[in-house]
Structure formats: structure tokens, C-alpha cells
Design a protein around this ligand. Sequence first.
Ligand code: IPE
Ligand code: IPE
Ligand code: MG
Length: 215
Amino acid sequence: MKEKINSENLPQHIAVIMDGNGRWAKKKGALRVFGHKHAVKAVRDVTEASAELGVKYLTLYAFSTENWSRPKAEVEALMKLLVSTIRKEVKTLIKNNVKLQSIGNTHDLPKVCQRELEEAKTLTKDNTGLTLILALSYSGRWDILNAVKNIANAVKSGEINPDAIDSNLFSKYLSTDKIPDPELMIRTSGEMRVSNFLLWQLAYSEIYISPILWP
Ligand code: IPE
Ligand code: IPE
Ligand code: MG
């Protein structure tokens, strides 16, 4: 595949909705959590391939605001998996010059997840290769509402004039400030939905839906 890719014409930013873990597990006659565990390998492969190709930003939708309403046991398993994966993979991220970032309402995550995430971000902050952005407790509407609240406060305190609000200024208040919009959005498992992912940022992204299940 690598020979077929024109490195002069790579997207700078690829965003991925990693979907289909549950269906993949079901096909194997296993529990959904089995699918989430196997999804980690696909995350590793896609991250390594992106870094190797020279993609600058890779955003992975790992947990949505809506995913909090899944059964408690599944949510807990996902949070545990997040902690163990970050802990295990941080060395590889450093080795591959990958910088870890996150978007989303991460204060909602269990304390141990927050700590592990912050530590990994600090350890990789000076890396200059791929920036891997995990969307955690993220939704596009949350991102937009958060921006609106912060802009409203800035207007109230006189910091910004309402007439100065344009799409450029608005973008700066989103969690993706300083990150270019994705040129490409990939969703696995065939669903033709955006599922509250980067609603503002996907305005002009090409969309590729693959029938293949994420794991
Ligand atoms: C994506 O796989 C992973 C998360 C949303 C955390 P799903 O768990 O949505 O799997 P399906 O879509 O039910 O197969
Ligand atoms: C989107 O997948 C969220 C993530 C991949 C984290 P979902 O499986 O949660 O989305 P819906 O429910 O099919 O829209
Ligand atoms: Mg799904």
C-alpha cells in the first residue's frame, strides 16, 4: 500500500470514528468488551502507519458524550482499557516521536484516567512527529456549546466585541484550536452518520465510510 500513496499529497489531518467493536465481538460469539480489547491493536496500527507516512494530526473518536449512557459495566471496562493502554503505549509514542493530546470534557473521566492521560501528554509534549488526538467524552455539540459559553463570557467582560465574532475567532474557542480542520474523515463499520463528532471542523472534509469493523 505504501508505494501507492503519494507522500506529496497527504492529508495533514485525518479524523476517524472507530466503530464496530461490538459487532466484531458478536460475530466471534464474544462479549462487546472483547471487541474493545481488540480495537487497541487497530489503534496502534493506524497510529504507527500515520506517523510513518508523515500525517501531522490523527484524531480518534474513542468515547463520545453519548457513550456515557451505555451499560455501566461496558463504560467501566472502556475506562480501564483506556488507562492500561495509555500506560502500556506511552513508551512507543515516545519512541515514534508522537505527541499525545485530547479533546473533550475530560474532567468527566475517572480520576485515574485523567492522571494517566495528563502524564502521557506531559511525557510526549516535546515530540515533533504525529500529533495523536484522542476524543474522550467528546461531542461536537459539547465543543460548540463550550465555545459559545466562553465567547459569551469574553463579551460580557468586554474582552471581545460581538461584531468581531467570525468563523476564525470562533474556531479559536473550540477544543481543536491550532489544529487544522481534517481533510479526511473515516468511519468504519458502514454507518452513514457523523454521530456528533467534529461538527464544526468537518464542514469540508471528504468522508470515507468503510464497511470493515474497526478491530
Ligand atoms: C466503537 O464500537 C467503540 C465505542 C463507541 C467506544 P461500538 O462499541 O460502537 O461497536 P458497535 O457499533 O456496537 O458494533
Ligand atoms: C461513535 O460511535 C462514537 C465513537 C466511535 C467513540 P457510536 O457507535 O457510539 O455511535 P452511534 O451510536 O452508532 O451513532
Ligand atoms: Mg457503534
